[in-house]
Ligand binder design. Structure first.
Ligand SMILES: [Fe+2]
Length: 394
């Protein structure tokens, strides 16, 4: 197969890039592309990159405000109001400015992605596409049914499953279900930063401020805490994200440090996709984690998370106003404390890995001196459903 593709690339030159991306009959070639000899794979990548340049767009913090979502529905196209540092407290009297809906790992999956990437397990993936869409809709209904409307909703990555443009169009349609709630998104390892940006910046009302080049970061200010959204997605190439670990990188860590230092008058809650993954040496130096809520299924361990965790944690631990870190990726709800910082591993909206975990989301209520987390599982019989956990800042 690799040799056949090699000949195909040579013969068809530029056309192959387009064909590999868009023609379902060529899916088998695509799935074997990474087994090609290095020079041929490099040529394949060069061709596809030339056809689909990824550096064209600059990711910017995308905040989906209600008017944007209504326009999206009306025009069947994507719209976003993209702002810089934002003060997005709701003005409606029913809105609780201290309440936030936290969601993670929605993994919305389109039929086109299944056609392109899952020829061998089509039936299972079609089932999953239905499951994640249903779970998203049920979650949206639960969020809307809250007695008080949250000031905003943060989705901490793996918004979609493969990262294709049409998946972000699907995501935009689903987000429109959330009516008046402002929405803020982070990138996960299943996301595609450029496809995301391109879909959500069409017809944009943006001021085009870029907080950090090639990363999708945000700072959301609220009464009791600032929420800092980081971008831990690392791309394998222009086409596909790495399926696994993430990295913040030196530039983002420097930006993060500057943000923390310039806003040290208020507690900070940091939100990113990948779980922390401290080295043994770091843990020996700083001490083991203190588990406050243990996972329902056996703990899957720290592996596969943030590669530059030690540097990230060193920044946090040197700044006592960082009170909590929220992350997804593990699809496993649990809370632990390391030194004086709480680490909250989010339940997934899309699907769980273990049988005892539940899909769901968290309602976060910020206070002056801490936070209350209300676990909202879709299975209302689950032991965790509506469990309230009070965390006090120390
Ligand atoms: Fe995920």
């Amino acid at each position: 197969m690799a040799r056949a593709l090699s000949e195909f690339v040579s013969r068809k030159a530029l056309a192959v890039g387009e064909a590999l991306r868009g023609d379902r009959r060529l899916a088998p070639y695509r799935s074997h592309a990474q087994k090609l000899p290095a020079p041929t794979y490099a040529r394949y990548t060069a061709i596809t990159n030339r056809l689909y340049p990824s550096a064209r767009s600059q990711p910017m913090p995308a905040h989906l405000l209600p008017v944007s979502r209504r326009r999206f529905l009306a025009a069947s196209a994507s719209t976003v109001a993209a702002l810089g540092h934002s003060d997005l407290l709701g003005s409606d009297s029913q809105v609780n400015p201290n309440a936030w809906a936290l969601l993670s790992d929605t993994h919305l999956l389109s039929q086109r992605s299944i056609d392109l990437h899952y020829d061998n397990n089509r039936t299972a993936m079609e089932k999953r596409a239905t499951l994640v869409a249903t779970n998203f809709e049920r979650t949206a209904r639960q969020v809307l049914a809250s007695v008080e409307t949250p000031a905003g909703l943060v989705l901490s990555g793996d918004c979609v499953h493969v990262g294709g443009k049409e998946e972000y169009e699907l995501l935009a349609r689903k987000l429109a279900l959330l009516e008046t709630i402002p929405i803020h998104l982070a990138m996960g390892n299943h996301d595609h930063r450029d496809n995301f940006s391109n879909v959500f910046r069409e017809q944009t009302q943006s001021d085009d401020r870029v907080l950090l080049e090639n990363r999708h970061v945000s700072v959301l200010k609220s009464q009791h805490a600032n929420l800092v959204l980081l971008d831990s997605l690392t791309m394998q190439n222009a086409d596909r994200p790495v399926k696994g670990p993430g990295r913040l990188g030196k530039k983002q860590l420097a930006w993060f440090e500057a943000v923390l230092d310039s806003q040290s008058d208020k507690p900070a809650v940091v939100i990113l996709h990948h779980n922390v993954n401290p080295s043994d040496e770091y843990r020996q130096r700083t001490g083991e984690e203190d588990f406050i809520v243990s996972s329902a299924d056996p703990f899957r361990g720290f592996k596969g998370g943030l590669e530059d965790t030690d540097r990230f944690l060193a920044l946090l631990h040197a700044r006592p106003h960082v009170k909590a870190v929220v992350f997804g990726h593990m699809h496993q709800f649990q809370i632990f404390k390391s030194r004086k910082t709480f680490f909250i591993s989010m339940p997934p909206v899309g699907y769980t890995f273990g049988p005892k975990e539940a899909v769901g989301w968290i309602r976060m209520l910020l206070r002056d001196s801490g936070v209350t987390l209300e676990v909202q599982t879709l299975d209302t019989e689950h032991a965790r459903h509506q469990q309230r956990i009070d965390l006090s800042w120390s």
